[in-house]
Design a protein around this ligand. Structure first.
Ligand SMILES: [Zn+2]
Length: 876
């Protein structure tokens, strides 16, 4: 589920529950039922959130199996799959059969295990010419992802015509809008996304049932439907989670938070499938909220949608699905099934569509004009999964499957009945973007209940420029952002010659994102700073701030006029380089790619030294530098003045591969490994079992490690490591570890744990220097009462840190709002008296692998603490 409106526990929303095998228990998700739809129209009270009682976001240790995960991060991406434009339908694929897995968590519920899906789809493809299956990617753990298309057979010529129409809708929407025959020729695409949360199973079973019914029906109405639509089913978006009985994929990521980041292969596959199919309607099937929760959502509403079109269609389909679900006849008394609820209509706030990180909040940027999360009613996952009798679980799962199938049935009936209008509205979304029309203010009452509290709007700049050359802090970061935009089907151009805008000159080669483009909403939602929405709503469902412009390390400038000779680019230009001048080479470590390059050099045994944020490579290793420059797109410069005056020897501290023992959340483990650090997961239990510290340079602590819970032997071993070891911590657990272990003198102050977003920071010091001017916080911390050994690496801006997000003082009057953080130390470093080199983060630089521009700050902390600590223990 996303969450029940009345269930207000951070763990349920954001934390990464650990698999049962881990020592640290997963946070319980409260099983309180959501309220029934009120009989009268009185507004329900605002959702109350209490993060204080739950663990902080990342306090639950990652449950990534050590060796397997390390191998997989290093493994190349699963092969690239394409949704073919040129083949007709059916597109029969004989799916490889996964080995039977009797431990598949679906089996207990009487649902289809992952290994049972391929045989059923193979069988259906044999029995029907309406069913096509394509493998569109692989999960983190290597399971195939199945996209099923259900439609009447199409010749290759007909399929090509459909592709041409689809492309015309996106690329020439004004002409498409004038073409009165277009809708009659076009099969409206419907997308059903099932099981994105692995332990919300029944969407998959409902999808399989629906596919079979449509495939085998002799009803002429079904034939009529399949002549005018294509139905796409992502049968299980998260097979790892389905098998393992957990919400996350095999890497521990919540895929329904990954759409603007696309760190996971499943999210990239969904992104491509949505781009390729361009659905007018999308359902994302979840559980469990009783009664069934059907979007549209409460405010705040994302400001980059064409919301007038979106709410009209989404609410209409929501009502259709509600009627279908209630029409099944399940009752509270007999079945324990409450009537369906629609947050937009039935709740004040707390279930919003503000961040574009969820499937139905991402798809509208690709033309979906009715998009819904649907939460089926009866809980079968934790704790019910382990506590309820099997028969009861199966009763619930059967009802849930019925409910999900009813929602799908209602949705395709809706598309059948509103076929031409949905297509016209999709065209209109793209037309407004391509024409560069101003954002519209949605009229009050456009649907019943649409009031001033629902009105959110934005102002589009004319374009965004990502400058080349001077003014660009990292060409590598710029290339990453450009490639990310292109992967999201945002058009990027490159200036052939210098141009002026807003009083400054941009050099040739600068990238331009012209907002006169069909998917300008997606471009803007990634590149605008965002907004501080603290004043407008009291409760948010998930993050409230993000910004690829401010957090991904590239310079991005909005401009209000655009006169430039540009050409479209299919990918960013190469950025790697090594200077011709002889002598040692320097690599600034300001970006994640530079970290990867450095770790690659270290792994090769190159004698790199660390010189205050720069890695220095000896002249003799020029060839190795050239290789990593090509591989990671990084630019070396002459090391120049750091060479010693007489000998020519390079200064700096010798650096070796930094071996990290990490008590960290899954996203952090993933990120540290992606950066190329050798990482060993640890926890209280691992240390208590007897941990060999000899292969560890730096201990990273953010979750799953309690100093107080260590046994005497573990504590003694830790103390021996700390005498000259490196420590990097994040968050409350990390700060508590610092205090308990007696490391740096600092008092940790916790801001409102609900606060999150993009913040302005001022940086300096050994690890903060080179950081972007913005950082990200979730449950922000700061540090006061600093001892003389402590240096401030980064501070929250004194004139108010929050740029975009939601950060109020705590509701109980105890402060902790954004004003309290003004000028406070967000990241500090120092050496304790034993020689431990320590960095404490109060920010969230690795949050969900999203803020790419902040990752190098963590790496610099690791290099610094490792190199300083190493120097301390060197015998003269
Ligand atoms: Zn869910």
């Amino acid at each position: 589920m996303r969450r029940s409106l009345t269930v207000a526990v951070a763990a349920a929303l954001l934390a990464v529950p650990a698999p049962a095998a881990l020592a640290d228990p997963a946070p319980a998700v409260p099983a309180e039922p959501a309220p029934a739809v009120p009989a009268d129209p009185a507004p329900s009270p605002p959702a109350v959130r209490d993060f204080g009682n739950g663990p902080e976001r990342n306090d639950v240790a990652a449950g990534v199996p050590e060796q397997a995960a390390a191998a997989r991060v290093a493994a190349p991406e699963a092969q690239s799959y394409g949704h073919s434009r040129d083949r007709g339908y059916p597109r029969r694929t004989r799916l490889p059969l996964p080995p039977e897995n009797p431990a598949d968590a679906s089996i207990k519920l009487g649902l289809v295990p992952y290994h049972g899906i391929a045989p059923r789809l193979n069988d259906l493809q044999r029995r029907s010419d309406r069913v096509s299956v394509e493998i569109i990617g692989r999960s983190y753990q290597g399971r195939d992802l199945y996209l099923v298309t259900v439609t009447e057979p199409e010749s290759p010529a007909r399929a090509r015509e459909q592709a041409r129409i689809r492309e015309r809708i996106e690329n020439d929407p004004a002409a498409a809008a004038r073409d009165r025959g277009l809708a009659a020729r076009y099969k409206a695409p419907i997308f059903v996304n099932a099981n994105i949360h692995g332990n919300e199973w029944e969407g998959t079973d409902a999808a399989l049932r629906t596919i079979e019914q449509l495939a085998t029906s002799t009803d002429p109405a079904v034939a009529g439907l399949l002549a005018r639509t294509r139905l796409y089913f992502n049968v299980t978006a998260n097979p790892d989670g389905r098998v393992n009985g957990v919400r996350q994929n095999g890497a521990g990521f919540d895929l329904n938070r990954d759409f603007v980041t696309a760190s996971q292969p499943e999210a990239r596959a969904m992104r491509q499938a949505i781009i390729d199919t361009q659905p007018v309607t999308l359902l994302d099937l979840h559980g469990y909220v009783n009664g069934t929760l059907i979007e549209p959502t409460t405010p705040p509403h994302g400001a980059n949608y064409e919301y007038d079109l979106f709410i009209t269609n989404t609410y209409a389909n929501g009502l259709r699905m509600e009627a279908a679900v209630n029409g099944l006849g399940y009752t509270p008394d007999k079945d324990g099934v409450e009537p369906a609820q629609i947050p937009f209509r039935d709740s004040e706030e707390g279930w919003d569509d503000w961040p574009p990180i969820f499937t139905p909040q991402y798809a509208p940027f690709h033309g979906t004009v009715a998009a819904h999360t649907v939460e089926i009613p009866l809980e079968v996952n934790e704790p019910a999964y382990s506590e309820e009798p099997v028969e009861e679980l199966r009763r619930r799962a059967a009802i849930n499957t019925d409910v999900a199938a009813a929602a799908v049935r209602a949705a395709y009936g809706f598309v059948r009945d509103r076929h031409d209008r949905l297509i016209a509205d999709q065209i209109e979304v793209f037309r407004r973007g391509a024409a560069g029309e101003p954002a519209r203010t949605v009229p009050l009452g456009i649907v019943p209940g649409f009031g001033p509290e629902d009105v959110y709007t934005t102002t589009f700049p004319r374009a965004y420029v990502i400058p080349a050359g001077p003014g660009q802090r990292s060409a590598t970061a710029a290339a990453r952002l450009v490639d990310h935009l292109i992967a999201n089907d945002v058009r990027v151009e490159r200036a052939r010659s210098a141009f002026r805008s807003g009083g400054r000159t941009y050099p040739a080669g600068s990238y331009v994102v012209d907002l006169r483009q069909p998917k300008r909403g997606l471009a803007n939602v990634m590149l605008e700073p965002g907004a501080d929405i603290s004043p407008r709503v009291s409760a948010m469902y998930d993050i409230s701030g993000w910004s690829h412009a401010l957090l991904w390390g590239a310079t991005v400038e909005p401009v209000q006029s655009l006169r430039a000779h540009t050409e479209p680019v299919p990918a960013a230009a190469p950025t790697g380089s090594v200077p011709r001048t002889p002598g040692p080479l320097a690599l600034r470590v300001d970006d994640a790619k530079e970290v990867r390059a450095l770790n690659d050099l270290l792994a090769q045994g190159v004698a790199v030294t660390w010189d205050g944020g720069r890695a220095i490579v000896p002249a003799r290793d020029r060839q190795a530098a050239r290789t990593v420059a090509d591989r990671y797109g990084v630019a070396f410069t002459p090391a120049g003045t750091v060479t010693g005056a007489v000998t020519g020897a390079v200064t700096g501290t010798p650096l070796a591969p930094v071996r990290v023992a990490a008590a960290a959340s899954a996203d952090e483990l993933f990120t540290l490994r992606e950066l190329g650090f050798p990482v060993t997961p640890v926890s209280t239990a691992v240390l208590n079992a007897g941990f060999d510290w000899s292969a560890t340079d730096v201990l990273y602590v953010s979750s799953g490690l309690s100093h107080a819970a260590l046994n005497p032997a573990a504590r003694a071993a830790l103390d021996a490591f700390l005498a000259g070891g490196g420590v990097v911590t994040r968050g409350r657990t990390g700060a508590a570890f610092n205090a308990a272990a007696g490391l740096l003198t600092a008092t940790t102050v916790a801001g409102n744990p609900d606060g999150n977003g993009v913040v302005r920071v001022v940086s300096g010091g050994a690890t903060g220097g080179g950081s972007p001017a913005h950082s990200f916080v979730y449950s922000p911390l700061w540090f006061t009462g600093l001892g003389p050994e402590v240096t401030v690496e980064q501070a929250y801006a004194a004139d108010g840190p929050l740029v975009a997000g939601h950060w109020r003082p705590r509701a109980d009057g105890s402060g902790g709002g954004q004003d309290a953080a003004r000028g406070q130390a967000a990241v500090v470093s120092g050496r304790d008296e034993r020689g431990a080199a320590v960095v404490l983060f109060g920010t969230e630089p690795m949050f969900r692998n999203h803020p790419k521009g902040l990752l190098a700050q963590v790496a610099r902390a690791l290099y610094w603490s490792s190199s300083i600590a190493g120097a301390a223990v060197t015998t003269p």
